[in-house]
Structures are given as structure tokens and as C-alpha cells.
Design a protein around this ligand. Structure first.
Ligand SMILES: [Zn+2]
Length: 74
């Protein structure tokens, strides 16, 4: 039997890290410098897929975030 509490906890953690990643992207889009939490190197921002996605990556690739850009802000 699958432990439902365990599953809930996992999805909570996932949501938490997703929000954190979203925050990273937001800061990067605002021109702020963000450092990798693991290696403390500066994260590089890159637009990919016809600028529909943004990628944040550090040189050692311990941080590698890919996020869709919200285009619904008309
Ligand atoms: Zn890193």
C-alpha cells in the first residue's frame, strides 16, 4: 500500500522548490544576479525555444532550471 502522507509530503516539497525556481527566474528577469545555492557561482540566463522558455544554469550544472515564460501578461 502506498503511504499517502509520504506522497503528499513529496508533492509539497516539489511545489516548494518549484516556487523557489520561479523566484529565481523572476529575479533574473529583473536583472538581478543570482548565485547557485550549491557552488555559489553566478547563474547564466538564456532564452530558448523561440523565447518561450528561460533557462537558468550555473557553470557546474548543479543548478539547471527551465521554466515557461508567462505570456499572458497583456
Ligand atoms: Zn552550481
Amino acid at each position: 500500500m502506498i503511504d499517502k502522507n509520504c506522497f503528499d509530503e513529496l508533492s509539497k516539497q516539489k511545489a516548494k522548490s518549484f516556487n523557489q525556481e520561479k523566484n529565481y527566474i523572476k529575479k533574473a528577469l529583473n536583472g538581478q544576479t543570482i548565485n547557485c545555492r550549491v557552488c555559489q557561482k553566478q547563474l547564466q540566463m538564456q532564452f530558448i525555444n523561440d523565447k518561450t522558455q528561460v533557462k537558468l544554469q550555473c557553470k557546474s550544472s548543479c543548478t539547471d532550471i527551465l521554466l515557461d515564460i508567462d505570456k499572458g501578461s497583456k
